[in-house]
Design a protein around this ligand. Structure first.
Ligand SMILES: [Fe+2]
Ligand SMILES: [Fe+2]
Length: 283
């Protein structure tokens, strides 16, 4: 199914859920190269719930700050614009995954745990790349499977059939999705990301996280997310609806200029960070 047909199908099922105004503003600010830390701080501070969640994360053991941070502007000064904007988006999307009372054909909490693990995995990979954005990799990992949330809302019967053919028949998830739904979670996730004004490199990551070498922009981030995804599945962190661990291509290591010998170090960093990320689970 091409993009136009997928969009029509989404329309027929009542469209995608709207993203809260505040998050749309955060998205626009993050996508704007000229936006300042001050602008971002003011937008977040207007929303009490978002502010308190971001501060809770900033003060969690995940970030390991030595002093308590009690304002968004302080969090931005200490952790940086990118970290805080990633946190704000993670909080908003995390809320959707948590989807209290909205369990469909998959357990959203499992998917959230997998997504968080993938974010941590992608960041740990990117930590080994010089001059790279680890925040982008983290956020890309958190959002990479967002299409599954939409499928869970709109196409529950089909998703159930997809999962049983993946688990029972040993078919790869993407093949089962193409056969049963006519599109993949990566394709519908990217459409959703565009409609929600996600930053372009995040949309690219969502679209290509299963074939990162096709990415046209931010290929390093997309490769890191793909690697993170496969590494955390192999480690058994979180639970993905794609249980098969798929290969990482030689070219992906080359794209990131990381030696495969770094893998044990990456795995131990993921292990460590995942244990400290408890606060993220309960967003
Ligand atoms: Fe995926
Ligand atoms: Fe995944």
């Amino acid at each position: 199914m091409d993009e136009k047909n997928i969009k029509n199908l989404i329309k027929k099922t009542g469209g995608i859920p709207s993203l809260p105004e505040i998050i749309q503003k955060v998205n626009r600010t993050v996508s704007d190269d000229n936006a300042t830390a001050d602008q971002l701080g003011k937008i977040i501070e207007k929303d009490q719930a978002l502010t308190s969640k971001v501060l809770r994360l900033a003060n969690s053991s995940y970030y390991g700050l030595s002093r308590h941070v009690d304002s968004i502007s302080r969090a931005i000064t200490i952790l940086g614009f990118n970290s805080v904007s990633s946190m704000a988006l993670a909080v908003s999307v995390g809320g959707m995954f948590a989807g209290k009372g909205r369990e469909g054909s998959i357990a959203l909490t499992d998917l959230w745990e997998h997504s968080l693990a993938c974010g941590i995995g992608a960041k740990a990979v990117m930590d080994n790349v010089q001059n790279s954005s680890t925040d982008k990799a983290f956020l890309g990992g958190i959002l990479h499977d967002v299409g599954k949330v939409l499928i869970n809302m709109k196409f529950q019967q089909e998703q159930k059939a997809v999962i049983s053919s993946v688990c029972g028949g040993g078919i790869k998830l993407l093949d089962a999705e193409r056969q049963i739904l006519g599109f993949t979670h990566a394709e519908i996730g990217a459409i959703m990301g565009e409609l929600w004004n996600f930053p372009k490199d995040i949309v690219e990551t969502v679209r290509y996280h299963h074939r990162p070498l096709s990415a046209r922009i931010s290929r390093d981030t997309v490769c890191a997310v793909h690697m993170g995804n496969e590494i955390v599945k192999a480690m058994g962190l979180g639970k993905s609806t794609e249980p098969h661990v798929l290969p990482v291509m030689e070219e992906e290591w080359k794209c990131l200029e990381i030696k495969q010998a770094e893998l044990p170090k990456i795995i131990s960093a993921i292990h460590d960070e995942f244990n400290r990320a408890e606060e993220f689970m309960s967003l």
